[in-house]
Every structure is written in C-alpha cells, then in structure tokens.
Design a binder for this molecule. Structure first.
Ligand code: UDP
Ligand code: MN
Length: 260
C-alpha cells in the first residue's frame, strides 16, 4: 500500500456505524489518503463487509484493556478501558504517516493538510487544555513505538484509565515543547464546546473541520424521527441538533439503505 491513511477503531457494531459515517464524510471531502479501520472480534462479519465497502483496509486486532476500573469510575465511563486497543494503530507500518480519528468524529471539510504535521500532533482537551484530546492525532506507525507504548502501559498505566491518559503521559512534552504539534481546535471541535462556550461557537463554529461527539451521548444513540428525517436530541444534546443532523444525513443517505 504505502503512503498515508486515516485510521479509526471499532470494537463493536455500534461504533462501526460511527466508523462508516466517518469514512463517508472523509470521502465527501475528497481526501487523497487511504482509509483504515481496526476491528476487534466483537464486530460481526456482516458489519465487516459493510466496512470493507468503504475502507481500503479492515484490520483485525485483539482487545487491549487497561482494566483500571477505579479511574474509569471517576470518568463515569466504565467502557473506556478498551480504548487501549487504539495503540494497535502504531502497527500499521504499511503506511508512513497516519491520522487517527475516533469513530465518533465527523469530517466536515478537507483536512488533508494534517498529514504535513509530525508525531504527535493533537488539539487541546477541553477538560484540561494542557492535555491533548486523543480523538484526533497525527502519528507515525512504528513497531518500536508500539512496543514502547505497551511497555509504558504495563509499567506506568494511564492516569484516567483510557488511552488519552496513557498517551499524554507518554508524549509528555506536548504541552510546552513544540507549538506546531498543537492542532487548532477546529480539527477536533469537541461537541460540548458548542454549549459550554456558545459565543465562541457562534463566532468560529463555521470554521470547524472535524467535529468530535465526545461523551456518552453518541450520534447513533440519539432519537431519530424517520418521518421527518430529523434527529431529536434530548437534554444537553439539544444544543447539538445542527451538527448531529449532519451525521444523520450521511447515515440516512449512504449507510442505512445498505444495512440489509
Ligand atoms: N471505542 C470502541 N468501542 C468502545 C469504546 C470506544 O470502538 O466500546 C473506540 C471508538 O473508536 C471511540 C474511541 O474508542 O471513538 C474512543 O472512545 P469514545 O469516543 O467513546 O471516547 P470519548 O471521545 O467520548 O472520550
Ligand atoms: Mn471520541
């Protein structure tokens, strides 16, 4: 293969729906880079077939789990231990340069320029901006780095129980060393910012290139009215109607018709 790829991860069929929408969103922006998805045994063969119709590479990997229940309870996200599985992305050495995207991201505008950045480039996390958010990052596949990451995970673990706490400890000079490794927030616009800093979202939201639906309220878990073709988000998510609708428009037009 060679070259460069967008990489995502799905450990089950619901996150695979996110991966499918993400892949279509990337194609719509006319990216020149390849698309790869890491799947674990929890993804059904029917779903893998759907994935292979849009991804250039569907790579099976085994589950890596932090099993750090105490910290995951603090995050109120017990399911995130398996995000350690993300580390497998460093093993895709058939590519020189990759951009990892969480399966709950959506690419709104061509972002191919991200491949000009170096490892490890990422955008600040809204909860603790001296940490990067690990939902979007530029990296260089390498078995050596992969081994070091696994070793590091075994010895030091992750401060939050998920991949983000681990990667921030491993790439610990990100906060202060090299500003070119700080991606603008528009490459990882965390959906919660749409209501936690509404004036900024009104001012700059139109520049967003990649949106990231962080938290437990994923797009595919929202109520969708099949008559009106409108998503009807509840509670806090109601601020996100407009961006969630973009996700659902892709799902309805390009994915749902092909789900048997
Ligand atoms: N993920 C997965 N299965 C899970 C949980 C997470 O495949 O049960 C993958 C998926 O790619 C997801 C990423 O790990 O986007 C990180 O998890 P999530 O996006 O839920 O975390 P958040 O961005 O909300 O912190
Ligand atoms: Mn995410």
């Amino acid at each position: 293969m060679g070259g460069s790829a967008w990489v995502t991860l799905a450990t089950n069929d619901s996150y695979s729906l996110g991966a499918l929408v993400l892949a279509h969103s990337l194609k719509q922006t006319g990216t020149v880079h390849q698309l790869a998805v890491l799947v674990t045994p929890g993804v059904t063969s029917a779903m893998r077939e759907k994935l292979s119709s849009v991804f250039n590479l569907v790579q099976e990997v085994n589950i890596l789990d932090s099993r750090d229940e105490a910290n995951l309870r603090l995050l109120k996200r017990p399911e995130l231990g398996i995000t350690f599985t993300k580390l497998h992305c460093w093993r895709l050495t058939q590519f020189d340069k990759c951009v990892f995207l969480d399966a709950d991201t959506l690419v709104l505008k061509n972002s191919d320029e991200l491949f000009e950045r170096e490892e490890l480039s990422a955008a600040p996390d809204v909860g603790w901006p001296d940490c990067f958010n690990s939902g979007v990052f530029v990296y260089r596949p390498s078995l050596e780095t992969y081994d070091k990451l696994i070793q590091f995970a075994l010895e030091k673990g992750s401060f939050d129980g998920g991949d983000q706490g681990l990667l921030n400890l491993f790439f610990s000079d990100w906060a202060h060393k090299d500003i070119s490794k700080h991606l603008p927030f528009i490459y990882n616009l965390c959906s919660t910012a749409c209501y936690s800093y509404l004036p900024a979202f009104k001012q700059f939201g139109a520049n967003a290139k990649i949106i990231h639906f962080i938290g437990a309220q994923k797009p595919w878990l929202q109520y969708f009215n099949t008559e009106t073709k409108k998503v009807q988000p509840s509670g806090e998510s109601s601020h996100l109607q407009e961006v969630l609708q973009l996700w659902w428009n892709i799902f309805c037009s390009l994915i749902h018709p092909h789900l048997s």
